[in-house]
Design a protein around this ligand. Sequence first.
Ligand SMILES: NC(=O)NCCC[C@H](N)C(=O)O
Length: 304
Amino acid sequence: MQLNIQNETSRLRAVVLGTAKSNGPVPKIEEAYDPKSIEHIKAGTYPEESAMVTEMESVAKVFEKYDVKVYRPDIIKDYNQIFARDIALVIEDKFIKSNILPDREKEIKAIQYVIDQIDPDKVYKAPSEAIHFEGGDIMVHNDHIFIGTYKGDDYSDCIVARTNMKGVAYIQSLFPNKIVKEFDLNKSMKDPRDNALHLDCCFQPVGNNKAIIHKEGFRDVLDYEYLVNLFGNENLFHIDKNEMYNMNSNIFSIAEDVVISEKNFTRLNTWMRSNNIIVEEVPYAEIAKQEGLLRCSTMPLIRD
Ligand SMILES: NC(=O)NCCC[C@H](N)C(=O)O
């Protein structure tokens, strides 16, 4: 397989889509690793496996409609494998395995059959366990690579901080010719409305040089301003705390003019349509309860 990913929006040809099958029982609070899941465990509203399977199948149907080759993970019994995005990432022709949260480290073996189809010289794994990064924090944008991180002193106690500056340096070492820009993100283990779990939970490019952004997701206003300068304020769709909580920045592009989005994102979907983007609406509100949405559930392998 010849990998090719240069950005978030070029026409998609092949993708890994996670699975909600055999997701396991409702986790105990101490087993959960994000505050939104904890909120739903406490409220007794944690999503049912069957509802999540239905939601993911509706995404698979959209890929079928656009003739995208879809790879699904092998099933690991009673294990959460919905968020394929985080376990590895593709930039240009390189496949980079993440150094992910230990609770999630088994997920990668379920796509070994995909990795086996890639030239082994193009498969990378960070040389040290002190290097942390997850795919949800990393976005290639042509000559740029954007990386979400957390620079707070309490990084090592913070289960919602998944990418450290060693991770940023490792990605830069693989792509010396790219401009790597890191963003210090706001984290909260208590309140999902204040938690930018990954960069794709508060920002994502969409369409033709536009982007969705939640200003308060950034700890340093200069990081936010970097994106305003790069994209132009008129090209940014600003989302508020509740829209971030509902995961509006986590839609997924099949092309510059085709996006998969959640059916309740009325304001966002209207804006995208007014910018000549075809919006393929799917139900995804159950999976959203686990603090991830469509970008989180997909790992693109080939785009034009
Ligand atoms: N890219 C993403 O933001 N992925 C969502 C992962 C959600 C999952 N509950 C986690 O905490 O790892």
